[in-house]
Design a protein around this ligand. Structure first.
Ligand SMILES: NC(=O)C1=CN([C@@H]2O[C@H](COP(=O)(O)OP(=O)(O)OC[C@H]3O[C@@H](n4cnc5c(N)ncnc54)[C@H](OP(=O)(O)O)[C@@H]3O)[C@@H](O)[C@H]2O)C=CC1
Ligand SMILES: Cc1cn([C@H]2C[C@H](O)[C@@H](COP(=O)(O)OP(=O)(O)O[C@H]3O[C@@H](C)C(=O)[C@@H](O)[C@H]3O)O2)c(=O)[nH]c1=O
Ligand SMILES: [Mg+2]
Length: 303
């Protein structure tokens, strides 16, 4: 029975890993949060690994505040770069595999067809650059790694675009959303499920498929289109007395929604490799979004 150490406890992915654990009764999951291991201090990592003696590690912790990262470059690089290097080095010494999660924001978004794993990276902002530093560190320090690049992650937990939209739609007559940035929304639940499957595979002695893989839903859309789906499905699920029901969702250009960090225009990731290698394919956005909206419950619709 593999013992899985997860760095991260309260974040979206960590909470979805906890929620999916019962589907993998052979796995034992242990979560380490900030109180037990502050990733701004990389020296705290190795003792945690030695104390817990895992068979595999999933790094679900990261500095994910894309705009704030522009002001807090030092913290972003500590958590997303230095801590990841320390984790990979400590695990390499002990031959313990690492599943690390990265982002579509390592690409500049100037492409026009889905990015493949080997395509040129060129992040636009501090968050993307710090996540790239983490990827580079993992590849340099530890052969037994899976780097999973995902995108536009949402769930009923933590902070994400879907929850932001529930709040705005309940409070406002209209929400204006950028219609010139295209990507693939990915449910943290679907991601967690796939990661737990991969934990089983990657802890077998003969596993030889380490490397970098893209893992998102396969439906590309703009943030505006995603916002429209969120409104439509929330209305279906929560009905006519949902506070957000009359909110109008309007498309705008990125230039009309200034942000500290620049986002990629097109960051669709091709997931062909993970599908060909492991047979992994994530469910469609409508089903996953419906599950999240049901998981959230109407009583929390506006909270
Ligand atoms: N969210 C998204 O849209 C996307 C995320 N990703 C990647 O997926 C992974 C999971 O993201 P997600 O679950 O959404 O992230 P969240 O922001 O929901 O969670 C991040 C977790 O990291 C923890 N953390 C942050 N700083 C520290 C620190 N100094 N020490 C210890 N723990 C820390 C947070 O702890 P605390 O709760 O205490 O703050 C939190 O639990 C990350 O690697 C992210 O880069 C990739 C693409 C899209
Ligand atoms: C709230 C809001 C945002 N937007 C725009 C801003 C931005 O361009 C886009 C998405 O906004 P957010 O700030 O929620 O998303 P953002 O923080 O950029 O999400 C990213 O997070 C990191 C962690 C990742 O790794 C990425 O894959 C991606 O999911 O929507 C609007 O147009 N209208 C709005 O009312
Ligand atoms: Mg954000």
């Amino acid at each position: 029975m593999p013992k899985i150490l997860v760095f991260g406890k309260n974040g979206q992915l960590a909470r979805c890993l906890a929620a999916s654990a019962h589907e993998f009764p052979d796995a034992q999951l242990v979560f380490v949060g900030r109180e037990e291991c502050d990733l701004e201090d990389a020296s705290q990592i190795e003792p945690v690994i030695d104390r817990l003696q895992p068979d595999i590690v999933v790094n679900a912790a990261a500095y994910t505040a894309v705009d704030l990262a522009e002001q807090h470059e030092d913290i972003a690089f500590k958590v997303n770069g230095d801590a990841v290097r320390a984790m990979a080095e400590a695990l390499a010494k002990r031959a313990i595999p690492l599943i690390h999660v990265s982002t579509d924001y390592v690409f500049d978004g100037k492409g026009t067809k889905p990015y493949r794993e080997e395509d040129k990276v060129s992040p636009l902002g501090v968050y993307g650059n710090s996540k790239l530093a983490g990827e580079v560190a993992v590849r340099e320090a530890h052969q037994k790694h899976l780097i999973l690049r995902t995108s536009w992650v949402y769930s009923q937990f933590g902070k994400n675009f879907v929850k932001t939209m529930f709040n705005l739609m309940a409070q406002r007559d209209e929400v204006r959303i950028v219609d010139d940035q295209t990507g693939c929304p990915t449910s943290a639940h679907d991601l967690a499920h796939a990661i737990l499957e991969l934990c089983g595979a990657a802890t077998s002695a003969e596993f030889d498929k380490f490397g970098t893989y893209h893992l998102t839903s396969d439906q590309e859309m703009t943030w505006f289109e995603f916002g429209k789906s969120i409104h439509k499905i929330a209305l279906q699920e929560w009905g006519e007395d949902w506070k957000g029901k009359d909110c109008v969702v309007l498309p705008i250009k990125s230039s009309e929604f200034p942000t500290a960090a620049k986002r990629p225009e097109y960051s669709v990731l091709s997931c062909r490799l993970i599908n060909d290698t492991f047979g992994i394919k994530l469910p469609n956005v409508e089903d996953s979004l419906t599950a999240v909206i049901r998981g959230r419950g109407k009583e929390n619709a506006d909270a």
